[in-house]
Unconditional design. Structure first.
Length: 230
């Protein structure tokens, strides 16, 4: 059985915290919970394992044991060469393309959004409250049991679901694509409303509408919803 060193505990901790970004105090507490090390020992490891901290190389020169990035906002993140670039003696010696950097940041966000979707508690469309979702961007997933019914995205979750979808069913041409497709299968608007109210709904809030659109397309690709098929 391998000895649980502070270095190994720190590496486990950052991974258990989703690879960061994470505040120093939270990472410190996570490491402390894994062993009997003193505060000084843990803080020393938080410095010695950082690739972009020049003073750390003067005291701890073995670059192979460094796996953390200290961000400008003071948060820690698991070092990724493709994402963060190449460092030597604590200084960056090569830069990644701004396009690749933005792509990597977007991928990290999408991963967290998908985790949010997987762990989200399903609600009903009637539980979508104006106070929580008005003018909030995000993606949403309708499902019935294990069957994925529809995936969408919007810049205003409340308006899109309660006003456009649920409230627009009586119109000759509903303003929501999901509503249009349901209208072709059900006899009247009341039947569609009952059907929608029976479905489970998961909502994933995003920082921007563009991120919501990206998440929507990825979820459609992965989940293959019934009513998103052309």
């Amino acid at each position: 059985m391998r000895k649980n060193t502070c270095w190994r505990a720190l590496k486990e901790a950052i991974r258990e915290l989703g690879n960061g970004p994470i505040e120093a105090e939270k990472l410190f507490d996570k490491v402390k919970s894994k062993g009997p090390w003193t505060d000084d020992t843990v803080w020393q490891h938080l410095m010695s394992c950082v690739v972009n901290l020049p003073p750390a190389y003067r005291h701890w020169s073995d670059s192979r044991r460094k796996f953390l990035i200290l961000r400008e906002d003071g948060k820690y993140e698991l070092y990724n060469r493709e994402k963060h670039g190449l460092y030597k003696d604590g200084k960056r010696v090569s830069y990644i393309s701004p396009i690749l950097k933005e792509y990597n940041e977007l991928v990290d966000k999408v991963k967290k959004y998908i985790l949010t979707f997987l762990h989200a508690k399903p609600i009903k469309i009637t539980e979508v409250k104006r106070s929580e979702y008005h003018r909030r961007p995000g993606a949403y997933v309708f499902q019935k049991g294990d069957e994925i019914i529809y995936v969408g995205s919007t810049n205003d979750i409340y308006r899109r679901l309660r006003h456009d979808l649920l409230g627009g069913l009586g119109q000759e041409r509903p303003p929501h694509m999901f509503g249009i497709r349901l209208k072709n299968e059900f006899e009247n608007a009341e039947e569609i409303r009952r059907y929608l109210k029976e479905l489970d709904l998961k909502i994933i809030e995003t920082e921007t509408q563009n991120e919501a659109k990206v998440l929507e397309q990825i979820l459609i690709y992965i989940l293959k919803p019934k009513y998103n098929r052309s």
